[in-house]
Ligand binder design. Structure first.
Ligand code: F6R
Length: 591
């Protein structure tokens, strides 16, 4: 949700542009760069993608200090005027911001009518405050400004007064990185780990000052803070792909599941003491979007063999509700990025009230892992397409392993059941590989679905979360209207929407519920809707997408794959920008 970057070092403009390409998944409404040189700051910004900025940026002369931004709009329309960076009125400070300055209207009022705003954003306020607060010492002006802001913000600042970069951080992520070639501030650790030899995760409520001597950190009162630097895990090099990242990432699922299983075993599994496991009363699986769906799916599966209450809760709802979060409650916070603000806030709440917290994430150094007591990596590898795919499959497998381990510790999962499911995971890569290799049927089905007025996804018990995930994938990248329903719930209202322009995708992997699904399919076909079944079974009047037979505890890891592919091919048939769908961003760092 907005990518921010700032660097000092030779070729700072080119370096910033390169970083913005990596950060673009965080927002792609507009982009801009500010270049600091002796006595002035020049800005180049534009509505649209970083590729458009790249065409324009040659107007900026190369320099040693630059900051850049790629935007996902929160305040103010998508236009060049609202693109970052913003200059203070006297042109002496420039800022880029990720987050929301919640008290910006009040601060604007305080600044008075003499200050002319060039945008409708909350962010611009910070630039004008810096100018107002500057009395000969930049660090003091930055600290003063930090104390005035409320909300979530990571702000990187350049100024004509010196060659340093400054940053203010509260809630939104900010990494400091140092290499032989220079130093930087950045929203995302993956983006700096290619070249930084040493990185630090900036703590909340911190001001940072980056100079040729390194990085110094202060609390908002100006007291020095000691923040550890460490060598980052090298992220996979960002390669451009032929075609779309989404398809590449779906194709990686088989290999990633193998790596994830090995990684889980290597990590030593569930790090819970026997006493903690025995005392447990309840489990929560918390996340947003796809990550929430993965919790929903695993909860439905694990309920069969864990004698515990399991709740799946949407993070943004959890924060404002009153769930029990004591030492007998185990929380899995699920997040591919580890930066989703709602999930991080929910984890903070639980940490305060004494719940046992686990981050289940693809980013082992992230805001979420810093809040949670324990972390389990899902080893999905870098995911660039905004629509999450391989992370979902890896989340399912990892959560299944964690809950199996817990069941074993508590005595509700026998060694035989454990081995059945654990061993069953070895068949997943091949089963999924076969579905991917036989995508032709999905390409053809996409052609029939693309003109539908709506697409409903239905399933029962553990197939319902799969329906939710299939529906989410379709709506976010094709923009078709789509909903997921527990199949038995259709007759309580939604059947009114069935007509020949509607398609229904029926997911059925549970033998015991096969006949019930057959009835649901008849209910919708008799109202004219066309049905695609995704199942090892064939249903009358439904076009079958045949699934391989898999252990029921693992079926969701496989059955979602045709749905991911279907969404992809429908979006392609409609000519959508699959990797960067409208109005979205990959990492949602605002609440
Ligand atoms: C959907 C999608 C989003 C994310 C959600 C949470 O394809 O990508 O719904 O799953 O924003 O993101 P993370 O997992 O990074 O917390």
């Amino acid at each position: 949700m907005c990518g921010i970057f700032g660097m000092t070092g030779v070729g700072a403009v080119a370096g910033t542009l390169k970083a913005l390409k990596l950060l673009e998944y965080r927002g792609y409404d507009s982009a801009g760069i500010a270049a600091r040189r002796e006595g002035r700051i020049d800005i180049c910004k534009t509505e649209g993608r970083v590729a458009k900025l790249e065409e324009l940026v040659c107007s900026l002369k190369e320099t040693d200090v630059a900051i850049g931004h790629t935007r996902w709009a929160t305040h103010g329309a998508v236009c060049t005027a609202n693109a970052h960076p913003f200059l203070s009125q006297n042109g002496k400070f420039a800022i880029v911001h990720n987050g929301i300055i919640e008290n910006y209207l009040e601060l604007k009022k305080k600044l008075g009518d003499d200050v002319h705003f060039t945008s409708q954003t909350d962010s611009e306020t910070a630039a004008h405050l810096l100018e107002r607060n500057y009395q000969g010492n930049v660090l003091d002006a930055v600290l003063h400004t930090a104390r005035q802001l409320k909300g979530s913000f990571a702000i990187v600042i350049t100024t004509v007064y010196d060659e340093k970069l400054y940053a203010i951080k509260s809630k939104s992520p900010l990494i400091a990185g140092i290499s032989q070639k220079g130093a930087c501030f950045c929203s995302d650790i993956r983006c700096v780990s290619h070249w930084a030899t040493s990185v630090a995760v900036t703590p909340d409520n911190t001001v940072a000052e980056l100079s040729s001597d390194g990085v110094r950190f202060f609390d908002f009162s100006g007291n020095p803070l000691s923040v550890p630097f460490f060598a980052p895990e090298k992220a996979e090099a960002y390669e451009s792909v032929e075609g779309d990242f989404m398809l590449k990432e779906i194709r990686e699922i088989p290999a990633r599941l193998r790596i994830a299983k090995e990684g889980y075993v290597r990590s030593g599994g569930l790090h819970l003491s026997a006493e903690e496991a025995r005392r447990l009363k309840r489990i929560y699986l918390i996340g947003c979007g796809t990550a929430y769906n993965s919790g929903l799916q695993v909860a439905a599966v694990a309920r069969q063999w864990l004698n515990l209450d399991i709740f799946s809760v949407i993070a943004s709802e959890f924060i404002y509700d009153n769930y029990i979060a004591d030492g007998r409650s185990l929380f899995f916070f699920i997040s591919q990025s580890g930066e989703t603000a709602d999930t991080v806030r929910a984890a903070e709440r639980v940490t305060k009230s004494g719940g046992l917290t686990y981050a289940v994430t693809n980013t082992s150094e992230s805001s979420l892992t810093f809040v949670c007591k324990r972390t389990t990596n899902i080893y999905a590898g870098a995911e660039y397409a905004v629509a999450s795919t391989k992370a979902y499959n890896c989340q399912l497998q990892t959560l299944t392993l964690l809950l199996l381990d817990l069941g074993r510790m508590r005595g509700s999962v026998s060694d035989a059941l454990y081995m059945e499911i654990f061993g069953g995971m070895n068949f997943l890569p091949e089963a999924i590989g076969d579905i991917i290799d036989n995508s032709r049927i999905l390409i053809n089905l996409a052609e029939t679905i693309k003109d539908c007025s709506a697409v409903f996804y239905i399933g029962r018990t553990a197939d319902y979360p799969t329906a939710c995930e299939g529906s989410l994938k379709l709506k976010e990248i094709s923009y078709l209207h789509s909903e997921a329903y527990p199949a038995g719930e259709l007759k309580h209202g939604t059947l009114a929407l069935m007509d020949p322009a509607v398609a229904v995708v029926a997911i059925s992997t549970c033998d015991a519920l096969r006949d019930k699904m057959a009835s649901s399919i008849t209910e919708v076909t008799s109202r004219g809707a066309r049905v695609i079944s995704v199942s090892p079974d064939v249903f009358t009047d439904a076009t079958p997408v045949i699934l391989p037979k898999i252990h029921p505890a693992l079926a969701g890891i496989v059955s979602v794959v045709p749905l991911q592919l279907l969404a992809y091919y429908v979006a392609k048939a409609l000519g959508r920008d699959v990797d960067k769908p409208r109005n979205l961003a990959k990492s949602v760092t605002v609440e």
